[in-house]
Design a binder for this molecule. Structure first.
Ligand SMILES: Cc1cc2nc3c(=O)[nH]c(=O)nc-3n(C[C@H](O)[C@H](O)[C@H](O)COP(=O)(O)O)c2cc1C
Length: 163
């Protein structure tokens, strides 16, 4: 399928996909990939930097779902597709080039593989926060405030992010 302009916009703005695969035992496996970008209008991709579980699962079952959500506006998309893992070759080079073209400074030695997802279906995700008729601007203002408050109080209490 073809990714719409809005799907591509959300993915490229967020750069964070939550990638679900299935283990050989049928267990769910979900992990975030901050290298999730649009490769072309039918494919998403991410870099395998530290994702042994995801890659091992894809070797057995290439079906994947990726959720990309704007946490401020509380909207996003869920993409289902079929993944191929490229530890080298033309697609690896293309993926590295695409990451660099979108501002990544990742070096090749850090990227074990480029995972390309041919998207087969996509659906919009909208928070039930909109059910009461709130506007996008109202939802965004409220969540920006909550996020700011959480980070401000963390700075004040001297808590630090994990490295
Ligand atoms: C915000 C965030 C972004 C991340 N981005 C990536 C990424 O792009 N590629 C990657 O391989 N790991 C990334 N990671 C690390 C993996 O999610 C983490 O190593 C995870 O345990 C891998 O699980 P898996 O082996 O089941 O895939 C990221 C972690 C966080 C918190």
């Amino acid at each position: 399928m073809k990714l719409t302009a809005d799907m591509q916009r959300v993915v490229m703005e967020q750069r964070l996909g939550f990638v679900a695969t299935v283990t050989p035992d049928g267990e769910p496996n979900l992990s975030p990939k901050g290298t999730t970008i649009v490769l072309d209008d039918a494919h998403l991709m991410f870099a395998d930097i530290a994702s042994p579980g995801t890659v091992a699962n894809l070797a057995v079952n290439p079906h994947v779902e990726i959720n990309v959500v704007d946490p401020v506006v509380r909207k996003g998309y869920r993409f289902k597709g079929t993944a191929s893992v490229h530890p080298g070759g033309e697609m690896y080079d293309r993926g590295i080039d695409a990451l660099h073209a979108h501002g990544s400074s990742l070096t090749r030695d850090r990227v074990r593989a480029i995972v390309v997802v041919a998207v087969t279906s996509a659906d919009i995700l909208i928070s039930p926060a909109y059910d009461g008729g709130a506007s996008e601007a109202e939802i965004a203002a409220s969540w920006l405030q909550r996020i700011n408050e959480a980070h401000t109080s963390r700075t004040e209490t001297g808590e630090h992010r994990q490295t």
